[in-house]
Design a protein around this ligand. Structure first.
Ligand code: ZN
Length: 311
């Protein structure tokens, strides 16, 4: 039995300054701010979501911003880099744009058949724009400075940095239903379902990489898509049968979630496609109000008073 997974659902990272976080992801990258909520385990902290117009599964990068939090160190035992998909014809546009906006970038890389533009956000979070010749039918969300033809389409892949790939690969290709797609040097790529951008998990065993340390500018967890509650319950049982320790189903309002740590140390989540971000505000105004799960609604006034202003 394999879990029924479609690829990446969302990726959650840790940041420091909340305003700079908002400015970078909405203005520099042109993602849409689709949900302003709070960390359910720490309601004095935001949980901010950036994605495409609807925040569709496979597009949402989310953040827990803690003001003044020291930087972590991306490295082994973590999701090391988060890659977005863009058309192959958009590379020059993004190179020029990131240079003009003084974003820290690194040399272009060739990875499998694609060109990769690596860059950092204001906290040192490792990001990549992948100019892919593969078809990506996900609708672009144009913004003020980024026309639709160059807009980010959603996630391309996550790269997990590992001491050894085999134990993680066993979980991916076993209960999670992923399959090996390609290998090059220290990197192996896995895909699931229909494949393509938004499904890929790359395992990277470069011995030069340090051990990862949690903090600002690092990834907290990687979530994978499953259609609904029933497929999630099935996935949970399959993972338990595979000797993984899995959390109970947790209601995150916009999706239901289960969590488990894969053998390489990365925290994984399986999240449902349903119900999505429009459950508590219209699509047209996503992100404009503080969204709270029902059990926190009675505490709205004190929660709002404890949160920093976003602008
Ligand atoms: Zn999550």
């Amino acid at each position: 039995m394999k879990a029924n997974l479609f690829g990446l659902h969302h990726i959650t990272a840790i940041s420091s300054d909340v305003r700079r976080n908002m400015q970078f992801y909405t203005q520099v990258l042109g993602l849409r701010f689709v949900k302003k909520s709070v960390n359910q385990d720490d309601t004095g902290t935001y949980h901010l979501y950036y994605g495409n117009y609807t925040g569709a599964p496979g597009t949402a990068l989310t953040f827990f911003p803690w003001a003044g939090l020291p930087r972590g160190r991306p490295g082994k035992g973590q999701s090391y880099a988060t890659a977005f998909s863009m058309p192959s014809t958009s590379l020059a546009f993004w190179q020029a744009r990131l240079a003009r906006l003084n974003v820290t970038t690194f040399s272009l890389e060739s990875r499998f058949n694609d060109q990769v533009l690596p860059f950092l956000d204001h906290d040192g979070l490792r990001l990549e724009l992948i100019a892919t010749a593969e078809s990506d039918s996900r609708p672009p969300t144009p913004s003020v400075e980024i026309p639709a033809e160059h807009a980010i389409r959603g996630f391309h892949s996550t790269t997990l940095a590992l001491h050894e790939a085999a134990p993680t690969a066993t979980v991916l290709t076993g209960p999670m239903g992923y399959r090996l797609l390609s290998e090059s040097g220290y990197r192996t790529r896995y895909t699931v379902g229909d494949g393509g951008p938004g499904t890929y998990v790359d395992l990277l065993t470069d011995p030069a990489l340090p051990r990862g340390l949690s903090g600002a500018g690092t990834i907290h967890h990687v979530a994978f898509r499953t259609p609904d509650r029933a497929s999630q319950v099935t996935a949970r049982q399959i993972l338990l049968d595979g000797a993984l320790q899995v959390s109970p189903v947790i209601d995150r309002a916009y999706f239901k979630s289960i969590y488990y740590r894969e053998p390489g140390g990365v925290l994984f989540e399986i999240a449902t496609d349903q119900p999505g971000f429009a459950i508590d505000e219209p699509v047209e105004t996503l992100g404009s109000k503080l969204s709270l799960p029902p059990h926190l609604e009675p505490h709205r006034a004190e929660i709002e008073a404890s949160l920093p202003k976003l602008n």
